[in-house]
Design a protein around this ligand. Structure first.
Ligand code: AN7
Length: 363
């Protein structure tokens, strides 16, 4: 039986020892879904890593199981985070399971309804800050440095340790690393974690080559692309509405060491990919997660993959192999139900009459 990412990958998690009390809700082991549409369009094998199927509906659970287990091992009594929503949902759930107090600071009115509901029902102290995510992060950094409260944002190195297991699962599933990994970038912890995961799997001899990391920010919240802090980040993808990412430098390292890129996509491109995933692939994700597929479309339009594909040459063991691309779909669509109603027409109201139904459905 699958018992979560710590149990599965403890040999690759140096911070876990025999005394670590493992707090898990059986996160990880998420599906890698083959996309016929995207594969055909690009002439590659394209897979969707559906992280929305983690216990609290996002990839944050991979990191939170490690961060909360270590907080418990270190006899912490309380955890704190700033969040655009998913971190707070995950921290609250894992803290509840561990019996720890959780405190979350979120930007007022700027997090999706599902995520706010999660933090509340799991019993966190939820504070809405009159400011943005970056303001909230500055405050929790300071509070956790002065009081005995454990910070569980991705500045906490245990978070990235857990999140790197996403890379392990992809390699285990494909029997090697993909050629490209596409993902959204907000606070830039996840791109840092995945890159660490791939590099460690190569060091341990589990894979031979590393993927190129392709990260996408929302155009109104693209500090890494623009090269400066964005004071007032704006995007409908609230999860990645971040103007000063904590792992900025390490995201650039992942980009540069892998020979990849970090680019941006507009809200319009995000919503188009959001609908594409739901309506052509049957996969419902939140807008921030659709940024990865929006980015993939952008690169396809530019001819990126045809340009960059290595020419098969004699003596190359991979000669002629199809390019493999994995898009990380970081969070579930149910997190943000308001976004559907803002995007799609509300359903018609009709009389309770079969004739009225038949008329509407064209029979
Ligand atoms: C669905 O919850 O930052 O680049 O506070 O929820 O590792 O920050 C969420 C980020 C992508 C970006 N997709 O990941 C938070 C928070 C979803 C997210 C990201 C987030 P990072």
């Amino acid at each position: 039986m699958w018992q979560g990412i710590i149990s599965q990958y403890k040999n690759y998690l140096d911070c876990i020892n025999n005394k670590t009390p493992v707090v898990t809700i059986n996160e990880g082991n998420t599906p890698l879904v083959y996309s016929h549409n995207l594969s055909k369009l690009i002439g590659a094998e394209v897979y969707l890593k559906y992280e929305g199927l983690n216990p609290t509906g996002s990839f944050k659970d991979r990191g939170m199981t490690v961060a909360i287990s270590k907080a418990k091992e270190d006899k912490s009594k309380a955890v704190i985070c700033a969040s655009t929503g998913n971190t707070s949902a995950s921290a609250s759930a894992y803290a509840a399971k561990a019996g720890l107090k959780s405190i979350v600071l979120v930007p007022e009115g700027a997090i999706a309804l599902g995520k706010l509901s999660q933090a509340l029902i799991h019993g966190a102290i939820v504070l809405q800050v009159k400011g943005n995510f970056d303001d909230a992060l500055n405050m929790v950094r300071e509070i956790s440095s002065k009081y005995p409260i454990t910070l569980v944002n991705s500045i906490n190195p245990y978070r990235l340790e857990g999140q790197k297991t996403g890379a392990f699962e992809i390699c285990d599933c494909l029997g090697g690393a993909p050629d490209f990994q596409v993902m959204p970038v907000g606070n830039a912890g996840n791109i840092t974690a995945y890159w660490k995961g791939y590099k460690e799997y190569r060091e341990k001899g589990k894979i031979k080559v590393l993927p190129k990391m392709l990260g996408f920010q929302a155009a109104g919240a693209a500090p890494i692309v623009k090269g400066h802090i964005i004071r007032k980040p704006k995007t409908i993808a609230t999860a990645i509405r971040i103007g000063n990412p904590a792992s900025w430098r390490r995201a650039q390292e992942a980009r540069d060491e892998s020979g990849g890129l970090i680019d941006m996509v507009s809200d319009k491109e995000i919503l188009s990919a959001y609908k594409f995933l739901a309506q052509k692939e049957g996969v419902f994700v939140e807008p921030a997660s659709a940024a990865s597929v929006a980015g993939l479309f952008k690169l396809v339009k530019k001819g990126y993959f045809s340009r960059i594909r290595p020419k098969p040459s004699l003596g190359c063991p991979d000669a002629g192999r199809t390019t493999r691309i994995v898009c990380i779909l970081t969070g579930h669509g149910l997190k943000d139900p308001d976004m559907v109603l803002a995007t799609i027409k509300k359903p018609k109201v009709i009389k309770a009459d079969i004739k009225a139904v038949l008329k509407e459905i064209g029979y």
